[in-house]
Structures are given as structure tokens and as C-alpha cells.
Design a protein around this ligand. Structure first.
Ligand code: AMP
Length: 411
């Protein structure tokens, strides 16, 4: 019986896995430069955490969550996004105790039972950040600039940043009522989903794939309270100071319940239908509503799989090991293996040990894995205590004393 991977779940193989790793490493560097520390939170949480924070009526929770009951009868879920777990950790570990202003980033798998297609998986990787305890527009501008920096550091240039404001607990309900009245006035023309959304989540109608574009043109525009208007203007002016290009786009409403004020999405036309690479926004009420202190926050998550698919197009071929150690006969295997260990200990990228194969086959293996040099050891070499060092590109061969090999190959 051959067991296969599950639909929507995939193996990430070399060289793609290497591109993931180098993208993550670059992201880590940028986070450090902006003063963020890594947080690692569980993959599995109480289901209720996501229902309460992400929101009961969101697609993620309503349709896409991997929820299950464990043997102890607890209702659990695989995390569909990063923010709820980080917020829980912030509250549970009293991370606000010394100073509510804390900055975290995370890297990890998220799980959503969406219909799989190119660029859309059921397990996918997000890199994200959460910035707690700063209500000032400077935090919004920093978050957005940070996202652009992470993408640029990875070598991505082809993306656009759209920002918007959703208003706050004062001005949003007014807008919500206006929008509900507007949607009700044309209920017959709406898709089934949007009909249901009128009462549960009317803002979502604006980013509905079917009705959104038309509604967006005709729906009443949001009016902000003075505080929100001022905040959004300041975000834009501070963001300009960072040199991050962006556009205001009223269609960015985000799918989740917890956002307030600034929201943003980054897209790239270079990846096809699934063009969203990242999204986020401010969530000033979430920490308080989850039982924590009234601490404002802002965060985003980017889809690493989608970024990697863009980077893959221009990725340089992965380089092989510098050296491949070849042993000609039974009597030389131990010495060859010791040299291999010495090379590695000296910091040389070395492979070898394919001693079950003939010398010719070992040299072929050296070529196939992309090694630049072969170190060849046979009876003669044992006697002279010097290996044959073969340049696999030019075919040129030299004799190098065993003792000198590590230092010469290190160079
Ligand atoms: P979201 O939390 O939905 O705003 O997602 C943030 C980013 O994660 C998106 O912009 C995508 O790049 C990525 N993403 C979301 N869902 C998936 C998925 N099913 N497969 C791959 N990437 C995804």
C-alpha cells in the first residue's frame, strides 16, 4: 500500500526548500533591524480562541478551519492564522507587565481547508508580525514599511501596497448601518453569500468576488470621525517619510472582525490569480476583548509560499558541495572517510562516502551533486599520504598531502 500526501498539503523539496530558508533568513535580519523578537506559539489552540478573535462569521472560521475534538473531548483547531495565538500568549504570559509596547515576529505553518489551486494550499507558511502597545500612527507606518522592507530584502520589487482605514468603534457602526440600508435596498441583486452577510458581516460584501466590484462603485463611502481621519492622514504622511510607495484603496476591507482603523494589503500581479501576498491592519480592541488589558496593536502576515514562487523565477541554481571525497578500494575507505570528517570539521562543505559504488560511479555522483573538486584516494595515495585533487570543471589534477587538504580546500 502506497500512502500519499493529502490534497492541499505538499512536500517542499530542494531547491525550493532552500529558497524558503534564505527568504526566512532575510526576513529575520530585517525584523532584527526594526527591533522585533521571534515568538513561537503552538500550532494547535482551543477552537474558541479563533472563533472569538478571528470572528464567528468569517470564512476562515466558518468554512475553513481544521477543528476537531481530541481524546479528552476538548474542541481544538489547527491555527488558521497567527494573530490569535500571539495575542493569547501576550495576555497569558503577562508580556505587557513591564511595558505594554512589545514587538514580535513569527514564522510558521497555517492551516485552512480552502479549495486547493495554484498558490493556494491547505498548509501554507506565513511570516508575520504583531506590534503591541503603540496607538500612534507611527506604529502603522512602521509596520507597513517593515513589510515592504522584508519583501525588498528578499529581492521582490514587483508588488503594490494598498492601504485603507475602516474607522473605529465610533464611526464604523454608523457606516455599518448605512451600508446595511444600502445592501437591503438592492438585496435581490446580491449573491446568496452577500444576502446572508447583510446582517452578519456587511463590510465583507465589499470584497465579495461576485458583488464586490459593483457594490464598491455604488455603495456609500465611509465617513470617518475626526480621530480616525486624523490618524489615517498621519499614517500616510509618516509612511511617505519611510519612502514606501503606497496607494489609498477603499476596496481594502480585510476579511476579519478584529480590525479597526488602518488596514492594508500587498499584491503582486506576477503571481497570477492568487495575487495577495500579504495583509494586515490595526486591531486596537482585540487584546482587551480577549481578556487582556486595553492595549492597542497592529500586525500583518505574508504568504511565504507565494513570495517563494515569485523568487523561484529568478533564483540562482543552488550550488553543490565544494568537495566530494572518492575512495578507490576497500583498504582506503577508512582514510577517505576520516579525511571527509576532517574537511567538514574545518568548515569545508564536503560530501562523499558513496563507497558501495565503483570509483567511476563515485565521480559521476560528484558531478551530479555539483561538487567543484573531487578528492580521490587509492592505494598509491595512501602510500604517499597525499590525495589526488581533481578540478571537476577543468579536469586538472594535483597531488595534495593529506595534512594540507583542509586548509587548501577551505580557501
Ligand atoms: P490572510 O491572513 O488571509 O490575510 O493571509 C495573509 C497572506 O497569506 C495572504 O496574502 C496570502 O499571501 C497568504 N495565504 C493566505 N491563505 C493562503 C493559502 N491558502 N495558501 C497560500 N497562501 C495563503
Amino acid at each position: 500500500m502506497k500512502i500519499q500526501s493529502i490534497r492541499g498539503f505538499r512536500d517542499i523539496l530542494p531547491p525550493q526548500s532552500g529558497i524558503f530558508a534564505s527568504f526566512e533568513a532575510k526576513a529575520r535580519e530585517v525584523f532584527a533591524r526594526y527591533g522585533y523578537s521571534e515568538i513561537r506559539v503552538p500550532t494547535v489552540e482551543m477552537k474558541e480562541l479563533f472563533v472569538k478573535s478571528t470572528g464567528e462569521t468569517t470564512d476562515i472560521v466558518e468554512k475553513e478551519m481544521y477543528a476537531f475534538e481530541d481524546a479528552g473531548g476538548r474542541h481544538l483547531a489547527l491555527r488558521p492564522e497567527g494573530t490569535p495565538g500571539v495575542v493569547r500568549a501576550y495576555i497569558e504570559n503577562n508580556l505587557h507587565a513591564q511595558d505594554p509596547r512589545r514587538k514580535f515576529f513569527y514564522v510558521g505553518s497555517m492551516f485552512r481547508a480552502e479549495r486547493p489551486q495554484a498558490g493556494r494550499y491547505r498548509e501554507f507558511e506565513q511570516i508575520g508580525m504583531e506590534y503591541f502597545g503603540n496607538a500612534h500612527p507611527a506604529a502603522d507606518a512602521e509596520s507597513i514599511a517593515l513589510l515592504a522592507s522584508v519583501l525588498s530584502a528578499a529581492g521582490l520589487t514587483d508588488f503594490r501596497a494598498d492601504i485603507n482605514s475602516l474607522g473605529c468603534a465610533q464611526c464604523r457602526p454608523v457606516y455599518r448601518q448605512n451600508l446595511i440600508a444600502f445592501l437591503n435596498s438592492r438585496k435581490d441583486a446580491l449573491c446568496e453569500n452577500c444576502k446572508k452577510r447583510i446582517e452578519t458581516n456587511p463590510m465583507r460584501a465589499l470584497d465579495c468576488k461576485t458583488d464586490g466590484p459593483e457594490l464598491f462603485r455604488t455603495a456609500p463611502a465611509q465617513e470617518f470621525c475626526p480621530g480616525c481621519a486624523e490618524h489615517f492622514a498621519a499614517v500616510q504622511s509618516l509612511l511617505k517619510e519611510t519612502g514606501t510607495p503606497f496607494e489609498v484603496n477603499r476596496a481594502v476591507v480585510r476579511g476579519l472582525d478584529y480590525y479597526s482603523r488602518t488596514v492594508f494589503e500587498f499584491r503582486s500581479s506576477a503571481i497570477g490569480a492568487q495575487d495577495a501576498i500579504a495583509g494586515g491592519g490595526r486591531y486596537d480592541a482585540l487584546v482587551g476583548s480577549m481578556g487582556g488589558p486595553q492595549v492597542p496593536a497592529i500586525g500583518w502576515a505574508l504568504g511565504a509560499d507565494r513570495v517563494v514562487s515569485l523568487l523561484e523565477k529568478n533564483a540562482a541554481p543552488q550550488s553543490g558541495p565544494g568537495v566530494f571525497v572518492v575512495s578507490m578500494e576497500e583498504a582506503t575507505h577508512r582514510t577517505a572517510f576520516r579525511l571527509l570528517a576532517q574537511l567538514r570539521a574545518a568548515g569545508v562543505c564536503a560530501d562523499g562516502g558513496a563507497f558501495a559504488q565503483s570509483m567511476k560511479a563515485q565521480l559521476r555522483a560528484a558531478d551530479r551533486c555539483g561538487a567543484k573538486f573531487a578528492v580521490i584516494i587509492g592505494g598509491d595515495e595512501m602510500q604517499k599520504r597525499a590525495a589526488a585533487l581533481k578540478n571537476l570543471q577543468t579536469g586538472e589534477q594535483k597531488e595534495i598531502p593529506f595534512d594540507d587538504l583542509p586548509s587548501i580546500l577551505k580557501k
